[in-house]
Design a protein around this ligand. Structure first.
Ligand code: CTP
Length: 405
């Protein structure tokens, strides 16, 4: 993955114990292809050394505005002009207050003040004790920074180094990385609401057993992430899978197809786009036992009868058509053979504008995928790529079609 290739990030560290996480963040940014220039305040040097940050970023660290390494002796100008974004992580309460007032008595705040506001975005990852975070002064400062054009990445909640528990922890390096990657993605779905179904369903036989399938949910989760990156408000209706929820996505966990339908119908009523990637069980057991089904000692196996599950995609698409609603429905078809023929027929049968076909065995559980887009104009084969890249491409294709309507 090289989602930050070509990006030059100034990573600013201010005084706080979360500086230990900045080391891992720096490494993660570099691994993702970014060049990273670290700038540290004097207070941050109490928590981590410039040596560590230099080794991880592969560049000398700047700690003073009086740095004669710069030919013009103006690191605050030069560093900010070269960067695609300035990320302050951790950002202390004191540093937020300084930024609000435009103070510039050391290099990092001086550089933030000197940056061309319309060209170099400023992202802030606050980190502080929960009382400091909750204090009206900090909350006021945060609002002011946002009004001044900074992006506040929020805080985590939990156990704090001071021994207290609450809001104010710096976000984890992987969360900050995901947020920064998202920040640079085009906002093709800004203001839109997107609902995605993902993963398998689980159809219970009794409290212990049930019928499910091997869907990993990876494609649906990637689409939820890509839609969120594109600026959408995203709801992910997920069957039982063990995947982390993409940043900024609201997740509703469900088990059965009928649960999934109920959750999806509620959300889709107010959505602009519905993407059905879930591998919904076509049938569920006709009966459900409240108690574990026991062997009766005769050696006879129980006979299982099934009934068909609702088709979530077809149902949601039909409701949207009946209301002449604007919901744009996208389906997936995993086939084992004759992909074009089956995918084309399936799009018509489900009554949807766009269907993504793929060869199931080549994509199940994998990290990459090859998509075939089928719409009223025909069939378009896309190159094999990671599921996240496929998801971003699909989101761009959906956004284009929304615009053309
Ligand atoms: N789908 C759904 N609800 C179902 C079955 C399928 O929402 N009960 C959705 C899937 O999420 C996917 C699309 O319909 O987007 C196609 O799923 P697929 O299993 O390939 O199609 P089926 O309709 O089950 O057709 P078949 O099994 O005959 O290929």
């Amino acid at each position: 993955m090289n989602d930050l290739a070509g990006k030059h990030i100034v990573l600013g560290l201010t005084g706080g114990i979360a500086c230990y996480k900045a080391a891992e963040l720096c490494r993660a940014l570099v691994k993702e292809g970014a060049t990273v220039q670290v700038v540290m305040t004097e207070a941050s040097e109490q928590f981590i050394t410039p040596v560590t940050m230099q080794a991880l970023s592969g560049r000398p660290v700047y700690t003073s505005q009086w740095d004669a390494r710069e030919p013009n002796n103006m690191p605050h100008i030069n560093l900010s002009r070269q960067s695609d974004a300035i990320l302050i992580a951790p950002c202390s309460a004191d540093f937020m207050a300084k930024l609000v007032h435009g103070r510039a008595d050391e290099l990092l705040s001086l550089m933030c003040l000197a940056r061309p506001v319309d060209k170099v975005p400023l992202l802030i990852a606050p980190a502080m004790n929960r009382e400091m975070w909750a204090h009206p002064a900090t909350q006021r400062n945060m609002q002011q920074l946002a009004d001044d054009g900074a992006t506040i990445l929020g805080v985590g909640s939990g156990f704090q180094a001071c021994g207290e528990t609450g809001d104010g922890r710096m976000l984890e390096p992987n969360e900050l990385l995901e947020d920064l990657i998202a920040f640079f993605q085009p906002k093709a779905l800004a203001g839109k609401k997107v609902v995605v179904t993902a993963g398998p369903t689980f159809e219970a036989l009794d409290p212990i057993r049930g019928i499910t399938n091997h869907s990993s949910g990876k494609m649906g989760f990637a689409i939820a992430r890509a839609a969120r990156e594109a600026g959408a408000d995203v709801v992910l209706v997920a069957g039982p899978v063990h995947l982390p929820t993409p940043r900024g996505v609201r997740r509703i966990d469900v088990q059965s197809a009928r649960d999934m339908l109920a959750a999806t119908e509620g959300e889709a009523a107010r959505a602009d786009v519905f993407v059905a990637t879930a591998a919904v069980a076509d049938w569920r057991p006709a009966t459900h036992s409240d108690q574990k089904i026991k062997k009766d000692g005769s050696g006879a196996a129980p006979t299982l009868a099934f009934v068909e599950n609702p088709d979530i995609l077809a149902t949601v698409a039909k409701t949207a058509r009946a209301k002449s609603g604007a919901l744009f429905c996208v389906g997936f078809a995993a086939e084992s053979h004759d992909l074009v023929k089956h995918a084309t027929a399936k799009r018509e049968r489900k009554g949807i504008p766009l269907l993504v076909g793929n060869i199931g065995p080549l994509t199940f559980g994998q990290d990459d995928n090859q998509m075939l887009l089928v719409d009223a104009n025909g069939v378009q084969e896309l190159p094999r790529a990671s599921k996240l890249d496929c998801a971003r491409r699909l989101v761009a294709e959906i956004a284009q079609r929304l615009q053309r309507r």
